[in-house]
Design a binder for this molecule. Structure first.
Ligand code: SF4
Length: 205
């Protein structure tokens, strides 16, 4: 495994209290930790400023725990960037010790480390997930940018466990067209649900 070995310090692009906007936990208050660094390279990415490794402040696990504590929130979401670039064991161990519910949003491009209450796997064509994350995922969320993404979604749905929830989410810049396609698809394939980026409609982070 080729991880960035930084046991107690992580590059944090931003951290903030908000409401989970996407997927099964939509509408739930949560504290987001956005780790910096991503090597996946989605051309439609809406957080390209997260990509460079050197662009971000370092935070110790203690500082992260302190920020979470001040928020008073109980659900913590680790996102990116691509959080699996790092060894997440020290971070998750510290957060879990405090009794928080810990979620991750990942493309699965690197081996997943750490202990999680909820794993959102959002595979990307540009760097496919590692094989052993599929059975661990609680929800599969595929971004629909082009019609071909439905085939991509089905191919990945075959690999997840039988309890894994299946979501299709319109890519924001093409959301009107994609929503139309997704609604039509879901009516024919009701095992899928639609996920909307509701935080963007609410104009919150
Ligand atoms: Fe952006 Fe996420 Fe794709 Fe990385 S994996 S390029 S952060 S959308």
């Amino acid at each position: 495994m080729n991880k960035e070995r930084i046991p107690t310090i992580y590059p944090v692009m931003e951290h903030f209290a908000t409401v989970q906007g996407e997927g099964f936990h939509t509408g739930k208050a949560a504290y987001f930790i956005r780790l910096g660094g991503c090597d996946v390279g989605c051309h439609w990415c809406d957080v390209k400023e997260s990509w460079p490794l050197d662009n971000h402040n370092s935070m110790s696990v203690d500082d992260i725990i302190s920020a979470i504590g001040q928020s008073g929130l109980k659900t913590i979401v680790i996102t990116g960037g691509e959080p699996t670039m790092y060894d997440l064991e020290p971070l998750t161990e510290a957060i879990k010790t405090k009794g928080y519910s810990l979620h991750i949003e990942t493309s699965g491009a690197h081996e997943l480390t750490g202990s999680w209450d909820w794993i959102t796997l959002s595979p990307k064509k540009f760097k496919l997930p590692k094989s052993n994350i599929y059975k661990k995922a609680h929800e599969l969320k595929v971004i629909v940018y082009h019609k071909s993404d439905f085939d991509f979604a089905e191919a990945h749905a075959k690999k997840v466990n039988e309890k894994c929830l299946l979501y299709l989410q319109p890519e924001w810049s093409k959301k009107e067209k994609s929503m139309e396609l997704i609604v039509s698809y879901i009516q024919k394939n009701p095992e899928w649900r639609i996920s909307l980026q509701t935080h963007k409609y609410l104009n919150i982070p």
